[in-house]
Design a protein around this ligand. Sequence first.
Ligand code: TA6
Length: 302
Amino acid sequence: MPVEDNDSQVVLTHPEDNSTTVTILKYGANVLSWKNKGKEQLWLSEGAKVDGSKPVRGGIPLVFPVFGKQKDANHPTFPLPQHGFARSSEWEFLGQTSANPPTVQFALSPEQVSSEALKLWGNGDYDFTLILTVSLELDKLTTEIEVENAGEKEFEFNWLFHTYFRVPDITDTLVNNLIDQKCFDQLLAEEYVEKSPIISFHEEFDRIYKKVDYGKTFQIIEFGKVLINVVRKNLPDAVVWNPWIKKSDGMADFLPKNGYLNMLCVEPGNVSDFVKLQKGEKWTGAQILTVGGEIKVQSNIY
Ligand code: TA6
């Protein structure tokens, strides 16, 4: 059956390969698992809470209306918790829009968000409708978000897919095609231009790559083989994060503690500035994730 609604979770199975599946938790509309031909592509902490008690540690947490913690005390998102309330709200399952490829939609509007959380954004004066579309193909997963300003007041927001990819060993893992990109290093609190043609990981890593040309495909590579390709639609930025040892130790729900060796976040989003929506306006953004393929080296000289 291509789509099963199991109360708290929805499972998609590809009609041409029953070992290609996606499991989505309605709480946070979090894609907990994406198995491509039986191989898990995402990382989910063994300590992840999936009972709605806190945002899920792993899978694809949805970050809205703010990325991180807003520093400007005058900004409407300042009172919000880190990464906003989308990942800690129960989304409504709208159903299936296609049988092949199996495609489903989830919605979030103020009715599904706690009144406490709502009040923290523009004093609760905003009205919005978020529609998440998840589509499962062979060797490919697409997640697309549509944000509509359903109210009278203009608002501005960040969006980010906080995607946790599973990797065999972070110390053998590389990411390409970020060279020459401006980035903000969250650890140094410094902005600079990335000069490494290929990113490797040997310590905590937390960088926001800004306004990256949409022609750039980020590839997660191990031993010369492409594990995953990350392509973006209307999401100009990408955060690359690995917590490493100390940060992993500090997160109670990050288990096992050496799990940082098997995960890497590559997070497409619009976080280096805010998207502004007037009354009735809509905005969409998507990440298109594909498995395997050839290494593509892309620099800014092309
Ligand atoms: O996307 C990277 C990041 O902003 C890191 O700085 C780290 O805070 C991570 O998100 C996880 O945040 P969380 O609120 O899920 O613990």
